[in-house]
Design a protein around this ligand. Structure first.
Ligand code: KIV
Length: 273
């Protein structure tokens, strides 16, 4: 039972998110990649469902987010959008579909919007991709930015360590955040940066700032659903709070099923025709 009052009925739009920031009502965001889990989190009152390119890791078992394709993101986006009635659905533009060429970026964003019917797209980066952001926004597609740890650039940085720890990096991040707001982004995700830097960005911007490993001074939080449910039991960064241990629960259930089948305990007479 929730202790905070919020409306589960109101359909979430980008302007609702802006109003939430003004009211200081925190925004709850989670990832989903499939119909069944998206339906549950929408019914639970989540505000934003992110069809993240973390599907590359979580769904497909890759080491990075780089291999996932636009077609695969569209498949996940369609599955999620079919399930969601209230939350705002945002789909990640995957690596290689928007960097370098803003016309290509617009075509990728249009495919996502047309084929998934989602509400917005998310792009990683700041000044380097600003032309793509401007072009997509000017065609009427809402864009969410993503700064700090940007997993699509893992090969440039070489590590998933905390970002913006030096003054110089923090200044660049703040200037990128301002640039994304001015380019028309409706929100920005800040991943794995010091809480003080994230709080400063949230105060500086009028658009909502959603954090992951960015402390409590921002306008909302996002986690990867499979991590917070404990389906992945081999990923434990400091910022992650686990709300369940589904790895163990699923393991126990499947072991019990295997045992029942092997011992002819399943199906019983009541479970047959
Ligand atoms: O792809 C993803 O899941 C993300 C979140 C970690 C913000 O971008």
């Amino acid at each position: 039972m929730s202790s905070v009052s919020f409306s589960k009925d109101k359909i979430v739009t980008t302007s609702v998110l802006r109003e939430m920031k003004v009211r200081n009502e925190k925004i709850a965001m989670l990832t989903a990649y499939d119909y069944s889990l998206a339906k549950i989190i929408d019914n639970a009152g989540i505000d934003i469902v992110l069809v993240g390119d973390s599907a590359s890791n979580v769904m497909a078992g890759h080491n990075t987010t780089l291999p996932i394709t636009l077609d695969q993101m569209i498949y996940h986006g369609q599955s999620v959008q079919r399930a969601v009635q209230r939350a705002l659905v945002v789909v990640d533009l995957p690596f290689g579909t928007y960097q370098g060429d803003s016309r290509n970026a617009l075509q990728s964003a249009i495919r996502i919007m047309k084929e998934t019917l989602c509400a917005a797209v998310k792009l990683e980066g700041g000044s380097e991709i600003i032309e793509s952001v401007e072009r997509i926004v000017s065609s009427g597609i809402p864009v969410m930015g993503h700064l700090g740890l940007t997993p699509q650039s893992i090969n440039k940085f070489g590590t998933y360590a905390v970002r913006a720890k030096t003054d110089e990096e923090a200044r660049k991040l703040m200037s990128d955040a301002k640039m994304l707001e001015e380019a028309g982004c409706f929100a920005v995700v800040l991943e794995k940066i010091p809480a003080t830097v994230a709080a400063t960005v949230a105060q500086m911007l009028t658009i909502p700032v959603i954090g992951i490993g960015a402390g409590n001074g921002v306008d909302g939080q996002v986690l990867v659903l499979h991590d917070m449910l404990g389906i992945n039991n081999d990923f434990s960064p400091r910022f992650l709070r686990r709300y369940n241990n589904l790895y163990s629960e699923i393991l126990d259930s499947v072991e019990a099923y295997v045992d029942d089948v092997k011992t002819k305990n399943f199906p019983s007479e009541k479970e047959q025709y």
